[in-house]
Design a protein around this ligand. Sequence first.
Ligand code: ATP
Length: 887
Amino acid sequence: MNSGTATGTGEFHALPVAAVAERLGVDPRRGLSAAEAGTRLSRFGANTVSVPAGPGPLRRFLVQFHNPLIYVLLLAGVVTWVFGGHVDAGVIGGVVLLNAVVGFVQESRAQRALDALSTMVPVTATVVRDGVPRRIPAAELVPGDVVELAAGDRVPADVRLAEVHLAEIDESALTGESVPVVKSVDPVAAAAPVADRAGSAYSGTLVTRGQARGLVIATGGATQLGDIQHLVATAEAVTTPLTRKLARFSRQLSFVIVAVSAGAFVLGVVRGTPAPEVFTAVVALAVGAIPEGLPAAVAIVLAIGVVRMSRRGAIVRHLPAVETLGGTTVICTDKTGTLTRNRMTVTTLAAAGELVPVAGAELRECLVAGVLCNDAELDEGDPTEIALLGSAIEAGLDPAALRAAAPRTETVPFESETRMMTTVHGSVGYLKGAVEEVAARCVTEVLPGGGERPLDREALDRLHRTLTAQGLRVLAFARLAPEPVLLGLQAMQDPPRPEAITAIEACRSAGVDVKMITGDHAGTAVAVAGAVGLADSPRVLTGAELAELPPAEFDDAVAGTQVFARVSPGQKLELVQALQRRGHVVAMTGDGVNDAPALRRADIGVAMGAGGTDAARQAADMVLTGDDFASIEAAVRVGRGVFDNLRKFIAWTLPANIGEGMVVLVAILFGATLPIVPVQILWINMTTAVFLGLTMAFEPTSPGVMRRPPRPPSRPLFTAALLRRVVLVSLLLVVAAFGAYRLQLGLGEPVAEARTTAINVFVGVQAAYLLSCRSLDRPVLRAWPGRSRMFALGIGLTAGLQLLLTYVPVMNSWFHTAPVGAGSWLWVLGAAVAAFAVVEADKLLWSRFTGGAAGEDRPRPGPPRAASRRTGGMRVLRGTGSRSFRR
Ligand code: ATP
């Protein structure tokens, strides 16, 4: 496992780098050889910190019995046994056991689904081996490895730093110190505490700025982080606000049911029924009526949603996100990589107000600057920078030779805030970045044919606008010494993702507003917004304009704008907050370190799995494996489907529970003989909850989910319409069971046969209602969600079980049932059909009354839709949407 410590790690922070390298047996420039790394890996083990295991299976199984209801049931079993009902007592015992098994299996399943997902988020590290930098899984690091770190990375192991460029590291995970620490390569005193060891970086901490390179001194459990394993042992429990709400609801309902049961018990005894008999009946009432399995079932429905989302490229890191996703009203998305492919190609060069072909090499120095002021290799690195290598090659230059001829002596790395990068190569320096930034620092510009002239800012502006209007990302290049001179522009194309276009279309029809937030130029942003169908003539706000908005107008302006350009990561947080103040449920994408606060604050923080930083992934609720916008749309779709399935499950299960309880209650209240006796109630409860109820978790997402507006965040799970349905079906069940029983007795059937018919009728009605629940609000035959294997399987198994219960002698003696004739089954069929018809008629009637679909899925006024077609113009700013200044 993880004992990866090299000898004497204790003092590494106090030694000069050369001494550390010698002790670790590594050349700090070439790194370890692949063979040596392999040997060390088997010696030191994987670079993982093991998470302490949760409670073992036995314990988790026993916990299932820790439930007041089960205690009561067991007590009932004992009482029944004492009074001679050995078979009944056995059945009660069996039910208790079955309940525990089902609960155990359900929980394990949900937990497994989540565990599997948490390991899917890849954690990689850049390591130099055999002199070549490469990305490998962080788990494969060994002591002595040379790793490269850059802003946004999580430090993958404990590292002695050998080279730093303005590196700062957030060590709060380890030291609690929230201010990032400036790093150096110098040794510190041997006694220095971790927080003061400037020359080292520790596993689990975050690089917030700059770059660094260092030697791995400890891995896995031997790291400082390993020492405090409890930090990572925060395994998340399978609860969400929704499951907690439901658990509370179940508890409240339980109190009511226990009170009713106690009353029924007293009444029954007063009426002269023998106490043990009433007691068992009352216990059956309680067990039947209390929806014990609800929270667990909800967790399963959510977990299945998680699995479905992962198939669409969206990995949910926190279970509650599944719920939230379904209610998303706004998606704020990046441009590059999410809406576009992030495959850039330089299509045009320009200088001194003129366009210049790439292949002509007229702007040689501009191309050279693009190669030198560049961290990418042809096959690895920032796609923007890769494109710059491409243009140089197209013009006949050799990047490797250029770089060898002018080695870099200093670097100021690119940051989203500055939008620039500078490199120095001996006596010459190059600057590249956003056109505005670079131009602001230049006084002269080169001419394509040679020579220089004073910078013509107007011509530059015109040129810049022409290029960005084509959706091109434009970078400017300058030589820094002796006087900064503008070398030219390179404009690159990044084609939109076709799947993003479809996904945006789907979002718009689903009433989900899509906003683009980009660091790129407004012109480029608008052109791309048009190309992906985000808005035809979107409103645009730039970061600078945002900063100047009066606070009173801020929220409205943000809500009415579709494209935000030249936005700094810090402003993303303000955007999220503004939208949330307007009652929106906000999904926000981000990839950089500085996006973390916005991702945390958003209702759904979305990070990029492929292109993003560890910092962003850590702060996010969801990670997109393919960085693709379509995955967000798919997740919203699945989230809506999950919420539908939850409502279906609840709508199905509550009447079943209440009906079971009421059958017993009514019999006790009216002193009638029970149409269904306690053990039979337990049987129905256990079999239908599992084989019928859970099929709802597997219902496919209805194709219509993205054609209706988002659910208002404030809408409760139990709407009036849902409660009405629950009451109706509960009554149907009671009437059906009593009716069947009485009718059979009236026809001269013995009690056991009559009860068997009543049970089958009860289950038949439940199955018919399950069918009806496949669409809660519309007649199900019209809104048939398609074939469902689970559904067919559930109904089939339930029918099989009822046949066993009816015809197998052992079951007959255990459950007091008896074989019945064909006529009895006709009753079952008739009752099922009748109940189905009543519920369907109810749906129709209510949609007449309410003019919509039973008041559930009616379109709503909701947050204002993007006013995309209302106002044209790129920079319509202030005074937008004055219609809603009523905060
Ligand atoms: P998006 O939101 O669409 O993903 P972004 O936020 O990633 O875009 P940034 O990468 O922050 O945009 O880039 C903002 C601006 O900085 C770009 O328009 C470009 O002018 C400049 N820029 C981008 N990459 C580099 C780089 N590697 N070196 C120098 N300047 C760059």
